[in-house]
Design a protein around this ligand. Structure first.
Ligand code: ADP
Ligand code: ASP
Ligand code: MG
Length: 444
């Protein structure tokens, strides 16, 4: 069997939904399970509803609600008829009623917990899959609509839940019986905890859902259908001349995703690794065009791609006490642990430690605690530039070319990843795009 996941842009309107269904129809022999994101920017709009409700602006919340409702009914009335129209209309009406009462509740309380956010965000995928499954039936395809909330079980970490894989696998295998000429349709991104409360896998999490289904059903392949021709040498929105990478390893793809390449969710490859399931990244705008295969080993070394990550904060501690004295770093890191903040990059010298963090929500408390160990300085508005490729460091010409290319540019931190596949630079946000363009032009 195969799993095919379609992102928001790929199901944003009736034409795109029909293209997505055609891509699935062409592979019906391969027993497909289709995972879909919410249509277009629906999830962003649901976030805006929650924000408006918390701000006490229920008028705004309900105007966004009406906008979402109108676009979904436009699709429903656009290409459905008979019992398929009735099914989708009834289910969508029900979902919109539920959403309306949630929004009312939040507007009254003016509070939205992570738990309530997940409940609100889940409507995007519930609506899109209602429409897609009805349309697939309308086109004569035997279609079964699944409910990922009943099948994907997670911990209680609302907004970024982690699946409990053995339980999830059991449930999925119990509910899904893939066979040729049958199409299963499931929501990406959404799940429930062990108490049955709705959770989500984090923004962009539908990619992750796809490999969760794939590994549970031992898929021969997982296809991620998106709006670009696979994973490219850099974000094509910043570097228009970026090229498709034909083959990339699980580790390289994970590193790129973690350091900012939005094209796949950072956890996507985790479930694929054990069963060595190939993950293909393809374009719905160009279904027969270039694409990327992510697999256990790409077979080649050298620089593959460059990603960037914005809004990074750099924290430096200078101290007379020896940084290298044993236990010192452990004490520093325990502060970050206490404040539930993960550190991405670390460099040390005899007199200082520099670290980067992304999540600033507990920064005041972290600084207060770090002040006990030395002089703390904080620099905001930094970016990470991450060069990814197997055994990058073995070729010394890479590093020498890199630093020549960046001559005259300020670099605040450099780290060669222990995984041997990344070389990371921290630069001021203002020079990031320029640095990226120079590096891309030099190496690709
Ligand atoms: P989807 O809705 O299909 O999940 P996303 O918007 O999440 O799509 O991801 C696709 C986008 O990722 C592309 O439009 C592109 O701008 C961005 N992107 C960032 N880095 C890369 C990269 N290295 N290769 C391809 N796309 C990238
Ligand atoms: N709809 C969700 C989001 O926009 C999940 C996804 O698209 O992968 O984040
Ligand atoms: Mg995405």
């Amino acid at each position: 069997m195969i799993v095919m996941k379609f992102g928001g842009t790929s199901v944003q309107n009736t034409e795109m939904i029909d293209s997505a269904i055609s891509i699935a129809e062409n592979q019906l022999e391969r027993s497909p399970l289709l995972v879909s994101s919410a249509m277009g920017k629906t999830t962003d709009k649901l976030v805006a509803i929650a924000d408006a409700a918390v701000a006490g602006d229920s008028e705004l919340a309900f105007s966004i609600y009406e906008d979402i409702k109108a676009s979904h009914f436009l699709a429903i009335n656009g290409f459905l008829s008979g019992e398929n129209l009735q099914f989708a209309t009834e289910r969508a009406e029900l979902l919109f009623e539920e959403l309306a009462s949630l929004v009312k509740g939040l507007s009254l309380l003016r509070e939205c917990s992570p738990r309530s956010t997940d409940a609100i965000l889940s409507f995007g995928e519930l609506l899109s899959t209602t429409i897609i499954s009805a349309r697939a039936r309308e086109r004569g395809i035997e279609t079964i609509l699944l409910d990922s909330r009943k099948l994907v079980k997670t911990d209680d970490n609302f907004n970024a839940a982690v699946p409990i894989m053995d339980k999830t696998g059991e449930l999925i295998r119990g509910a899904v019986n893939p066979m040729p000429n049958r199409l299963y349709v499931a929501q990406g991104f959404i799940s429930t905890n062990m108490d049955g409360a709705t959770t989500t896998l984090g923004r962009g999490g539908s990619d992750y859902t796809a490999t969760i289904y794939g590994s549970s059903l031992d898929a021969e392949e997982v296809q991620i259908w998106t709006d670009v021709n696979g994973i490219m040498t850099s974000d094509p929105r910043i570097i228009p001349e970026a090229k498709t990478i034909a083959n990339i390893s699980y580790d390289e793809a994970a590193e790129l995703a973690f350091f900012g390449a939005k094209v796949v969710h950072p956890s996507t490859i985790v479930p694929a690794v054990d069963r060595k399931i190939p993950v293909l990244v393809k374009s719905t705008k160009d279904p027969d065009g270039l694409y990327t295969t992510i697999s256990p080993a790409s077979g080649n070394t050298g620089l593959k791609a460059i990603s960037t990550k914005k809004n990074i904060t750099l924290i430096e501690i200078k101290t007379g006490r020896m940084v290298n004295a044993y236990g010192f770093l452990a004490k520093i890191f325990s502060i970050f642990e206490k404040h539930e903040t993960s550190v991405d990059i670390v460099t040390t010298s005899e007199v200082s430690v520099s670290m980067t963090i992304e999540n600033r929500s507990n920064i005041e408390a972290i600084i207060d605690d770090l002040n006990l160990f030395g002089q703390v300085s904080v620099e905001e508005d930094k970016n990470i530039i991450c060069l990814v490729g197997q055994d990058l460091w073995q070729d010394s010409s890479v590093t020498s070319k890199l630093f020549q290319t960046l001559e005259g540019m300020p670099i605040r931190m450099i780290s060669l990843g222990a995984s041997r596949i990344n070389l990371t630079l921290v630069v001021p946000e203002t020079s990031c795009n320029d640095a990226l363009k120079r590096i891309h032009a030099e190496f690709f």
